[in-house]
Design a protein around this ligand. Structure first.
Ligand code: KG4
Ligand code: ZN
Length: 339
């Protein structure tokens, strides 16, 4: 089955063609980062309008890249939520109307399910069950994944998401939006050990996170020091060390608690090299295998939506013409397919 995937939950329009037998045939992405940069963050109305401009040209691009025509598409998956309502409506209305026009099923997919299943697109995918650390701009969650569609929330952030903490800290250090990659690059130039930041909730005994205190600790440091390039880099280094320590400690605690040996890391912050390096050695020491999506699929993309849609369509009826979007939607509340 050839599935067209459309992602439009935030500031990236992602489109992909995934074939259940032949794998990923094409994917294309338009990032709105440059458009939102001058506002220091995502402007929802601008995001929606840009998704409208980009979606269909990206569909055409993917069809050409995958050497397919519109009539080869057998199903359509679009991001139903969570995300910005107007942005989601663009992908949902295009997905549902294309489905209607082509006479093929269309299905709404949970954005985080897309992230969570994205490592299954890799040549050596993890087997079920596994523990997943979802670290994106809007969410930080630990999930136990029994099978596709069967998700149990083990812990989550009580305030800022990890990506949000990266972005806010980057802003405090005078870096542009989105701050994660910029902060990571700056941290590489920093001297380890000059500043020590807290590891919030690392010993809380549960699997929840809190990052707002870490951001406040950075704010205090930025007020105490004249921010030259060296100090900014040292603060970035200290922040990255602190947040990755917490993410790794909690993820490994979740794996230990589950009795499993497989950990999936997905979402934008999963692209962070410091996290990957530290986790690789910590997990190896405990005999835990860690799985990531390809770097390009850590952040938002259409491939993960096409793939999650294909998995759901095996067991679940399509959404149909009466589509809806779900700007707030708990992953653990999605219906397991086949029930
Ligand atoms: O998964 P994603 O593309 O979007 C959401 O679903 O939210 O994640 C975006 C987040 C942003 O906060 C961005 O700053 C962060 O992921 N991010 C990173 C890196 N690349 C992206 N954070 C740290 N290091 C990176 N290399
Ligand atoms: Zn995302």
């Amino acid at each position: 089955m050839l599935v067209l995937g459309i992602e439009s939950s935030c500031d990236e329009t992602g489109v992909a063609l995934y074939h259940t037998a032949d794998g990923l045939l094409a994917h294309a992405l338009h990032s709105q980062v440059a458009m939102h940069a001058e506002y220091g963050g995502v402007v929802p109305e601008l995001a929606s309008r840009d998704h409208i401009r980009r979606a269909l040209p990206l569909v055409r691009h993917c069809l050409a890249q995958g050497k397919r025509t519109l009539h080869d598409i057998q199903a359509i998956a679009y991001t139903q939520g969570p995300g910005l309502a107007g942005a989601l409506l663009v992908g949902a209305s295009i997905g549902a109307s294309l489905g209607f026009a082509l006479g093929v099923p269309a299905i709404g997919v949970h954005h985080l399910e897309g992230h969570l299943l994205s490592p299954l697109l890799e040549p050596h995918p993890p087997a079920f069950p596994f523990v997943a650390l979802l670290v994106s701009g809007g969410h930080t969650q630990l999930m136990q994944v029994e099978a596709a569609g069967h998700y149990r929330l083990l812990g989550e952030t009580l305030d800022d998401a990890a990506g949000e903490a990266f972005d806010k800290t980057a802003k405090l250090l005078g870096l542009g939006y989105p701050g994660g990659p910029a902060l990571a690059a700056l941290a590489r130039q920093g001297a380890p050990g000059r500043f020590k930041l807290p590891r919030p909730m690392i010993n809380s005994g549960d699997l929840n996170f809190s990052f707002s205190g870490l951001k406040t600790a950075v704010l205090t440091l930025t007020r105490k020091h004249a921010l030259d390039d060296g100090i900014r880099a040292d603060i970035a280094q200290a922040f990255q060390e602190a947040i990755t320590d917490v993410l790794i400690a909690k993820a490994l605690a979740a794996v230990a608690q589950s009795g499993l040996r497989r950990l999936v890391v997905a979402g934008g912050v999963g692209a962070n090299h410091c996290l990957r390096e530290k986790l690789a050695s910590a997990a190896a020491n405990k005999g835990i295998a860690v799985f990531y999506p390809a770097l390009a699929f850590c952040t938002d993309n259409g491939a993960m939506i096409a793939f999650a849609g294909a998995m759901r369509l095996r067991h679940q009826p399509p959404t149909g013409l009466g589509f809806t979007v779900s700007p707030r939607w708990e992953l653990a509340h999605t219906t397991p397919p086949g029930r």
